[in-house]
Design a protein around this ligand. Sequence first.
Ligand code: ATP
Ligand code: MG
Length: 559
Amino acid sequence: MAENYKPKDFIHEIIDEHNRTGRFGGRVHTRFPPEPNGYLHIGHAKAICIDFGIAEEYGGLCNLRFDDTNPTKEEVEYVESIKEDIRWLGFDWGNREYYASDYFEKLYEFAIILIKKGKAYVCDCSPEEVRQMRGTLTEPGKECIHRTRSVEENLNLFERMRAGEFPDGAKTLRAKIDMKHPNLNMRDPIMYRIMHVPHHRTGDKWCIYPTYDWAHGQSDSIEGITHSICTLEFEDHRPLYDWFLDELGIHHPQQIEFARLNLTYTVLSKRKLLQLVEQKYVDGWDDPRMPTLSGLRRRGYTPEAIRKFCEIIGVSKNNTVVDIALLEHCLRDDLNKRAPRRMAVLRPLKVVIDNYPEGQVEELDAINNPEDMGMGIRKVPFSKIIYIEQDDFREDPPKEFYRLAPGREVRLRYAYFIRCVDVVKDKDGNIVELHCTYDPKTRGGDAPDGRKVKSTLHWVSADHCINAEVRLYDRLFKTPDPDEGGDFLRNFNPESLKVLLNCKLEPALKDAKPGEFFQFERLGYFCVDRDSKPGKLIFNRSVNIKDTWAKIEARMAGK
Ligand code: ATP
Ligand code: MG
């Protein structure tokens, strides 16, 4: 039987092997563990698609677990946005919404077990001393004097750490592993630090907080996770992940690492995204230029396009940089099938059709989506005065410019052929108005005598159109690698947002609601901004349509 053969990625291979050997009794249970210290971005979408997607494929479950072990940077606002974004992407964690902080008591008990086994000790070294004694990749670390404390003394000190007797940084609890271990993560890593800081969920209950390494694997174990999928930077932490679980003798999930997503023209570090927000380079976390899921959503990205993108990039062990054009392609591809077509003029140029009867209005048929005739047709009003795009006229057309010019004939989409007969200018020489004639025999857009024109322009009727603000976005950074030159903020693209206040739309767009998307013919895909209201419409350009003219222009400019 012929079947579509799709090569398996390494994660599927590992899980299939576990299912064969029965390591987890055939169970597949994953988790997505965001730290609530920022908004989710497109890199997280990759992780979400893997964590939830794999669970779904194997008929398993995926938990949502907030990794809230660091009280200083975490906020409730982030928790809410993370949940909204995962739901929007189309995934569901059922009632399995967990928090690492729910396990603080249990983790404390686990720590006591390790202390009693002689596998953890309270250390008085300062962070600086810990760093100095840790050694390097080529030099072994040194054991500190606190390492030989008795179990009783450790139990006593650890209890008093919890009780709040010591100031921040005075002591830590460390795993007692091996200061000469070739893997630096195994050189007596810190399990707890003292921080007299309230936590967004546990309040003042704790003044000692577990480190990521100590919290993560044990939280996985408590939840019965089978496959703990994370990004490559945790590969070197896996021996420690395994060591804790083995020493405690509890359920032992398999950690699996994959390469994180990097995108050209994009930063995906939460620290840098926060800087863009705080220093007002952008208008908040959901600015349509941001690679956050809320930004992409506001920009007009669909969950379908993002999931498709994640499917195409797949998973691997190699750190690569994906071209942002691929993400844009996925959106274009999705919207091409689904977006209703409309006509909109962004930079209007008035055109008077001299031989068109004064006061006459025709309702012309326009196709809503040539990719899907099921989407039907609509009526577009045509009259004596229309607007076309300023860009679609050149008084002195260069060689490969085929649009309107003096004496030249072009087609108006769904309407008539028009020929330019006169150009009106203001006293400064700016073109303010064109005069044209139309050929009544070309209604619908074709000439009965078979004569051809080289271009078709979009247009709107001046008496019927509605006004709108349109925001055009470009890449947030000027260089494919925003970190080029050392400081990403210096590569910020100041032209990444252009606001056009005087755009003219065909009347069918009057009731467009926030979140709805359209193709503006010849211009690109646009969605209605969340701040848009009837009478004050605001559209965001999601992505352009491939524009051959832009390429020609670039070629002529010698680029
Ligand atoms: P940052 O390093 O910017 O703080 P993070 O990795 O610490 O981000 P978390 O909230 O801890 O952010 O991430 C949650 C999950 O998403 C983790 O499993 C992490 O590995 C994964 N993840 C984060 N960034 C990416 C990325 N660029 N590509 C794929 N997965 C990612
Ligand atoms: Mg993290």
